[in-house]
Design a protein around this ligand. Structure first.
Ligand code: EPS
Length: 388
């Protein structure tokens, strides 16, 4: 499975094309829309999310509620485009800079300046329209299809917020994954820990009032993955590596950890590795899950636990200094519409990019043309490894 996305933030639409989804899999747009609406929620979002209602149109690859095995195209219309038609339309317009709303002032922390240097754009709108996190809606659409595939194989994925600006949610491992899905959905900041919810919201309010932005940590947990998915034989087949790459590719993400992650640097090996146990019902399992569900680039069969850190969004009402690329004069960026915190939305994005990598690894390892065959093979594989 692979996918491409296309679309500018204030352009007509976002497009996702997914290839390699097995034929004869049940797929309905309502489930994709549920994912899209979850991504739009979250305390700390700016006014743009009041303009958009992200709904998907499936334009290929699905017939009568079932996948065909052909590329699946998903389209999300940008409702805001109607305000941007003259600026974002594809037809040539006059050189009048007012009509074009040319951007010559790069924002520190964004792709603006580096993208302009690389592609030679003197109008940095040509960069920021595509580098915008609006693109994550298209990635969530792809991940929603992956989640539908995983769910039908008994694999559940859930993303939630672990930390917002130093306010850390307590360990809530006693919840089932279904409870985690429900609890995070009920929380405006998508946290499982009711006790810190208000503090997180207050921190967002404070940042907003100060014209600043704040980041945090999202965590994704996956249950139901059998052991041995991924591979140790080559670097680009290591599934934890692929997941790390796709999490790092989410806008504003700066780091990834599996299980205890960077804490491993402070510990002895005997305090880090997970002891192996066996019983008749479960087969092989671990006494702990400090490695977050991976060994040797492959799943261990324990829950996958991965964290990603998101930096504060760089579009600030309290701007940092920068240089105008036309005049070369220093300036303080003018006020732009922005989110003061997008970590709750980013947790949903992360859930979906992780899901896509898992579905990709499964469809590589098992038959991937015909979904009922894939399902049968996974069942047989689970039986085989339980009694191995
Ligand atoms: C974004 C800036 C804001 C966000 C946007 C990402 O958009 P605008 O420039 O239209 O105010 O709302 O996020 C989304 C549109 C979205 O769908 O998540 C940015 O600069 O990255």
């Amino acid at each position: 499975m692979r996918y491409l996305t296309a679309g500018e933030s204030h352009g007509k639409q976002l497009t996702t094309i997914i290839e390699g989804v097995p034929a004869k899999m049940t797929l309905h747009r309502d489930e994709i829309n549920e994912s899209l609406l979850r991504r739009q929620k979250g305390y700390g979002r700016g006014r743009r999310m009041q303009i958009e209602t992200d709904l998907v149109e499936i334009t290929s690859g699905v017939r009568h509620g079932e996948t065909l095995g052909s590329p699946i195209s998903l389209v999300i219309t940008n409702d805001d485009y109607r305000h941007w038609e003259s600026i974002m339309g594809e037809d040539p317009i006059s050189e009048d800079t007012k009509l074009r709303r040319v951007v010559t002032k790069p924002r520190p922390g964004h792709a603006d300046l580096n993208g302009a240097l690389k592609y030679g754009h003197r109008d940095m709108r040509n960069v920021l329209e595509r580098s915008s996190a609006r693109e994550t809606a298209a990635r969530v659409a792809a991940g929603a299809v992956a989640k539908i595939l995983l769910r039908q194989l008994g694999i559940e994925v859930c993303g939630y917020v672990k930390e917002i600006r130093g306010i850390i949610a307590g360990e809530k491992n006693q919840f089932t994954i279904q409870e985690k899905q429900e609890l995070s959905e009920q929380s405006p900041v998508r946290t499982l820990d009711k006790q810190v919810e208000k503090q997180m919201m207050d921190a967002i309010d404070e940042a907003k009032k100060a014209g600043d932005s704040i980041g945090g940590v999202a965590e994704v947990v996956v249950e139901g993955m059998p052991a041995g998915i991924g591979s140790y034989v080559h670097y680009d087949r290591k599934l934890d590596g692929r997941i790390a790459g796709s999490v790092m590719s989410i806008n504003a993400f700066k780091g990834v950890e599996f299980g205890i992650g960077f804490e491993a640097a402070e510990k002895f090996g005997s305090e880090v590795h997970d002891e192996i146990l066996w019983n008749k019902e479960r087969g092989y399992y671990r006494a702990s899950n400090r490695l977050g569900g991976f060994e040797g680039g492959m799943t261990t069969g324990m829950p996958i636990i991965v964290k990603g850190v998101m930096k504060p969004i760089p579009t600030l009402y309290k701007p940092l200094q920068s240089v105008d690329i036309d005049s070369k004069e220093p300036f303080h960026a003018s006020i732009e519409r922005s989110d003061s915190c997008a970590v709750p939305a980013a947790a949903v994005v992360m859930e979906h990019v992780v899901a896509f990598e898992l579905a990709r690894a499964i469809t590589e390892q098992f038959s991937s043309d015909h979904f009922p065959t894939l399902k049968r093979e996974i069942t047989q594989y689970r039986d085989r490894i339980r009694n191995f």
